[in-house]
Design a protein around this ligand. Structure first.
Ligand code: ADP
Ligand code: MG
Length: 339
């Protein structure tokens, strides 16, 4: 892509435009070019070449992380490399797709070697763990901004779509949603956690685990799935709307963990039901497949909890353990609804 600095070159030539480009290519070669076993042609040409896979569909998704909006300035670059890929892998997990390859578009304020080597170490550690390869991208100078595009494979009809929930399904969630929001609240000064509690929940915010293996194990088993990035109730509402169904959520059936359990009830519920950033899977599955869901969770080492049920009555009803309805104004995180 033509850089803004190239456009300025006509009126005020930079000292060494050729040198600046050489630096960019060297940076890509040093930090982002890896041998690819999967792409026909990886980083280095105008396009990567991927072999079309017979009898498979591509699941493709992009997520952008902007400094000051999705992560705080000064965030540890290694953790950021992990998180940038984790949030994208989470979208593949939520479709039941097998990770294949990804692209990285990066705006950097400066070519800082220490930052780049930590960032790429965090990125490639997670990439190797999930057997996904970096096949291309774009690099430019600008305010720190990371945009990843992931590609995954799924057999036709095998994807876990938002529009596939059915009345009578159970509602399930993986992990302990709310812990990431609890950590964020501490960092923002909304509340204070003790050092041990913080140590337990901070990795949930900074280094979420994409539930890729669980997503794959749920193929042919779950009906609908979504990853919880913006808050459980808000993300559930997307599934219900897309599927034309309603649901009852049992707030007290949500898993707590030690740290959430120790919080005042209002804070705990707000974190569990409206907190974002957990990247857990929220999914529906037929009641008759309960034992299979539990087995899939055990096989992939990811705890799951049954938190409610899908029905034909439009809307979302929240109840406590006694069956009383809980009123809530919690919306999930909407970037354009923020002041
Ligand atoms: P072009 O000008 O043709 O778009 P670029 O100079 O932007 O090419 O990129 C050169 C090569 O390096 C391309 O193959 C591109 O996909 C790759 N690339 C650029 N930035 C990155 C990055 N951050 N991570 C991985 N590959 C990258
Ligand atoms: Mg380019």
């Amino acid at each position: 892509m033509v850089q803004a600095s190239d456009a300025h070159a006509a009126s005020a030539p930079p000292a060494s435009p050729a040198g600046a480009r050489a630096g960019e290519f060297e940076l890509i070669a040093r930090y982002f070019r890896r041998p690819s076993s999967r792409a026909v042609l990886g980083v280095g040409d105008d396009c990567a070449l991927l072999q079309a896979v017979p009898q498979q569909q591509w699941a493709v998704s992009t997520d952008m992380l902007v400094e000051g909006r999705h992560f705080l300035a000064g965030t540890d670059p290694r953790r950021l490399g992990h998180k940038a890929l984790a949030v994208n892998l989470s979208d593949l997990a939520a479709m039941g797709a097998q990770p294949h390859s990804f692209l990285l578009a990066l705006a950097l304020p400066a070519a800082d070697d220490a930052w780049l080597s930590a960032f790429s170490a965090g990125l490639f550690a997670l990439a190797e763990a999930h057997d996904i390869e970096l096949v291309g991208g774009d690099t430019t100078r600008g305010p720190l901004n990371l945009c990843l595009t992931v590609l995954g494979l799924v057999p036709p009809g095998g994807a876990l779509r938002r529009d596939a929930a059915r009345a009578g399904d159970d509602l399930w969630v993986s992990g302990v949603p709310g812990e990431a929001r609890l950590a964020l609240g501490h960092l923002r000064g909304e509340w204070t956690l003790g050092p041990e509690a913080l140590e337990q929940v901070l990795p949930r915010l900074e280094q979420p685990t994409p539930r890729v293996a669980l997503g794959l194990a749920l193929r042919g088993l779950a009906h609908a799935a979504i990853d919880v990035s913006d808050g459980l109730l808000g993300d559930l509402a997307h599934v219900l709307r897309a599927s034309g169904v309603g649901a009852e959520v049992l707030a007290d059936a949500l898993p707590r963990g030690d740290v959430l359990a120790a919080q005042p009830e209002a804070r705990r519920r707000a974190c569990q039901l409206a907190g974002g950033d957990d990247y857990e899977l929220l999914f529906t599955a037929p009641q008759a497949r309960r034992a299979d869901v539990v087995a899939a969770a055990a096989a992939t080492g990811v705890p799951v909890s049954r938190i409610g049920s899908v029905d034909g009555e439009p809307g979302l009803r929240l109840r406590d353990a006694a069956g009383h309805s809980i009123r809530t104004a919690w919306a999930s995180f909407d970037h354009f609804a923020q002041p």
